[in-house]
Design a protein around this ligand. Structure first.
Ligand code: WQD
Length: 346
């Protein structure tokens, strides 16, 4: 079975490629490297000992995308490709709407043309907006508080309308909570451009000496220690959730949303303490004001994915911290090599 992975060179995409190849799937990777590096795909080949076709194509390039569908008999698509920085989306909303939504519209139109109607979509817990209670289940009200979140919400609605118009589609909407960690080899991991927005890559860059100190955004939230609480999930568990969702979409029809989270929340200060214990490194920090737009607490009810996909997260916070540190320590400057050694793109 041949699976097209859009955004397959990215953080979650590359980890999902490793698990798909290890499970015996044939994969075709498409990426434009706007927020990833070719080296990550070299490492995927190294880790799995498997080769795969890769195309440096942007989803907005319909001709290039059709070429991929003409060259391969694709059975299903896992769609990661998209811009995902909340703050950036506020400053350049049109770029986010065009890249994320138009790109998805073109992808779905080309899928339809070539009779490919099984899709796993990378959504986000951000579609829950500011929930009134915890834990969050899939039937909670949906809203968005920034253009990035609105692209995810709009794409979910577009995909639901697509199924209403054609019941032969099979779509899984995967709502990620907070992905962190890295493959246990330390050979692939999160490699953000510039100063990290997210907590864990910021912590690891402080620990490795690239950044001076962590700014803790707020200590006056109604939480165990006043700092924000989130549902951190190991990226390998997240990748394995995609394989379960893939099994579902190729064997059924319909549109369904699933939370991919652990169901457990950790505060920022707990994460710092757990990371220091797991890595043996100090993480100096300073408490500063809350970050606008942050919610106090956010964690999943993961029951539906367990019940309907047969998936639960298995890796704990110690694994997440140890694996995050191993990746950073082994790769202080992320993926440095720029050239894909055996680029297959046509
Ligand atoms: C986690 C906690 C911060 C950085 C975001 C996106 C979401 C999804 C995951 C794409 C919060 C605190 C953070 C720092 C800090 N991305 N923090 N200092 O905001 O929960 O979710 O990433 O789908 O859409 O919104 O993740 O890692 O930015 O923050 O104190 O330097 O760490 O306040 O409590 P977030 P995060």
């Amino acid at each position: 079975m041949a699976i097209l992975i859009t955004g397959g060179a990215g953080y979650i995409g590359s980890h999902t490629c490793v698990e798909l190849l290890s499970a015996g799937y044939e994969i075709i990777v498409l990426d434009n490297f706007s927020n990833s590096k070719p080296e990550s795909l070299n490492r995927v080949k190294e880790l799995t000992g498997k080769d795969f076709m890769f195309y440096e194509v942007d989803l907005l390039d319909r001709i290039g995308l059709e070429g991929v569908f003409q060259n391969h008999s694709i059975d299903a698509v896992i769609h990661f490709a998209g811009l995902k920085a909340v703050g950036e989306s506020v400053s350049i909303p049109l770029h986010y709407y065009h890249n994320n939504i138009t790109g998805t519209l073109i992808l779905c139109d080309v899928m339809k043309k070539y009779g490919v109607k099984d899709l796993v979509f990378s959504s986000s817990a951000t579609v829950y907006g500011m929930p009134e209670r915890m834990p969050i289940s899939e039937d909670f009200p949906l809203s968005a508080t920034n253009p990035y979140g609105r692209t995810k919400l709009m794409i979910e609605e577009i995909l639901r309308d697509l199924y209403v118009a054609d019941n032969s589609w099979s779509i899984a909407l995967l709502r990620y909570f907070n992905p962190i960690g890295a493959h246990e080899s330390g050979r692939i991991g999160e490699d953000p451009n510039g100063i990290p927005n997210n907590l864990m890559p910021f912590i690891t860059q402080v620990a490795v000496g690239k950044l001076k100190e962590l700014q803790v955004f707020g200590s006056d939230y109604p939480t165990v220690d006043g700092s924000g609480v989130r549902d951190y999930i190991h990226v390998v568990d997240l990748a394995l959730g995609h394989l379960k969702a893939l099994e579902r979409v190729v064997s059924s029809t319909g549109v369904d949303a699933f939370n991919l989270g652990t169901g457990t929340g950790y505060s920022v200060l707990e994460m710092v303490a757990d990371f220091e214990k797991a890595s043996g490194r100090k993480v100096p920090y300073k408490i500063v004001d809350r970050r606008p737009g942050d919610v106090a607490v956010c964690y999943a009810d993961p029951f539906k994915a367990k019940n309907e996909l047969g998936w639960t997260a298995e890796r704990g916070i110690e694994d997440m911290c140890k694996d995050s540190w191993r990746w950073q320590e082994k790769n202080p400057n992320g993926f440095e090599t720029k050239v894909l050694i055996d680029k297959n793109n046509k």
